[in-house]
Design a protein around this ligand. Structure first.
Ligand code: TXA
Ligand code: MG
Length: 304
């Protein structure tokens, strides 16, 4: 069973494990990641094995200094420079052309790579002390709800990894916004806490538009219709008035969206812990953080 470590000692333990080729649980401000040293192909392969994830679904590379992006890519668009300058450190992932230095195991065989600079201070310390970026998908079993505490990681993957660094509950609570910067105009592939309005505003400063396309057939492999899923069946409603009075619990996700995002996955896990078969959900409007919350809830509700 994995051990939960914390503080400076915890950072050193995690870095030693990464150097040893282990995969480890590490905190970020969005959700917890399952991290491996990007220089170690065996460790990268372990990430796919532990998660139960197809090897064609690429991993996000986490850096601690914006300069590290230049070693991972061959070209940077003006929009990418603006987005990373404004949003990093923070919950933004950019897709860029991968340099030869990036293992194709990490990219799922593609010539593009996803990169982000997390805001969580412990995530940054781990990457700095290791002296190299780490690849990290969310630290959940494939298709399951993403973890927002060290305990969630142990609950899901505790039998397959040795150590998780505790960085407290993730502040944002939903995965990063992904923007494909290899195309012009840039395209939002996954909604997150950096909203479409933010992205549009930033790229407009470079005289560019942005394509909002996370509803069509996804260009980000691994973003299946049913994902982020609890066992409970979720019934989605646009307004609270539409919720039938049938005694099933009601999750209000239509106001205080920062709080809703922060606690979303914990609430979904909680439904399962309480063996609740069906719950009603009131969705937020399509604006700001509402896009990301709607996206995760639709995926959690799909296919049942
Ligand atoms: O907030 C986050 O992004 C968290 C934390 C741990 O940083 N990570 C995360 O990773 O959500 P993961 O693996 O669960 O989701 C990564 C997504 C996948 O849908 C994958 O398909 C997409 O990023 N992705 C990665 N590399 C890509 C690429 N080269 N082209 C298109 N999509 C890519
Ligand atoms: Mg994930």
């Amino acid at each position: 069973m994995a051990t939960i470590v914390s503080g400076s000692e915890g950072v050193s333990t995690l870095v030693a494990a990464l150097r040893n080729g282990d995969v480890v649980g590490f905190p970020t401000e969005t959700v917890y990641g399952l991290a491996a040293d990007i220089r170690n192909d065996d460790a990268l392969q372990k990430v796919f094995a532990v998660k139960g994830r197809p090897t064609s679904h690429p991993l996000i590379v986490h850096i601690a200094d914006p300069e590290q992006l230049r070693e991972l890519t061959t070209e940077m668009s003006v929009a990418c420079e603006a987005l990373t300058r404004v949003c990093w450190p923070g919950p933004l992932t950019v897709i860029v052309r991968a340099s030869v230095r990036v293992s194709r195991i990490c990219t799922g065989g593609r010539d593009t790579v996803a990169v982000r600079l997390p805001a969580h201070p412990l995530a940054q310390r781990v990457i700095r002390e290791l002296g190299a970026p780490v690849a990290a998908p969310s630290a959940n079993r494939f298709g399951h709800v993403s973890p927002t505490t060290a305990r969630h990681v142990v609950d899901d993957l505790g039998n397959d990894i040795n150590v998780v660094l505790d960085g407290g509950a993730s502040d944002v609570g939903v995965e990063s916004t992904i923007v494909d910067c290899t195309v012009n105009p840039p395209q939002i592939l996954r909604h997150g806490a950096i909203t479409p309005e933010d992205i549009r505003h930033i790229v407009a400063s470079c005289g560019t538009e942005v394509v909002l396309d996370s509803s069509g057939p996804s260009r980000a492999p691994g973003m299946l219709d049913r994902h982020y899923a609890p066992r409970a069946r979720l019934v989605l409603h646009e307004t609270v008035d539409a919720v039938p009075d049938d005694g099933a619990p009601v999750l209000r996700c239509d106001s205080n969206l920062v709080e809703v995002a922060r606690h979303l996955y914990d609430q979904l896990r909680d439904l399962d812990a309480r063996h609740i078969p069906v719950a009603h959900v009131v969705l937020p409007a399509r604006q700001g953080l509402g896009y990301a919350i709607r996206d995760r809830l639709s995926k959690a509700a799909a296919g049942l």
